[in-house]
Design a protein around this ligand. Sequence first.
Ligand SMILES: [Zn+2]
Length: 104
Amino acid sequence: MRPCSIDDCTTPAQPRHAFCEKHSTRIRRWGDPDFTQWTVADDMDVQLLIEQQRVPEGATRLERRLIAVGLSERGMSAARVAEVVAVDPRTVHRWRAKTRQTAA
Ligand SMILES: [Zn+2]
């Protein structure tokens, strides 16, 4: 199977598509296959998703990070945050550390 066309995405592309399901969703949502995933975040969405403790399929990397940090600030463990946001726990630790650096 071909990998997704998005850089550093290791998910296989959907049959007859250039992108994985997640990225296809993003392209549908924003209508832009070239958008920079780090720069797109809907603040209303993020606050709501932190409340609901969930991350939708089409969430951008930045949205995931903001949700992860928001959940961490509410006292959720890194392991649990990683599960909700669907990233490696080490990524959660890195995001937390970066956020602390930025805030300091
Ligand atoms: Zn992808």
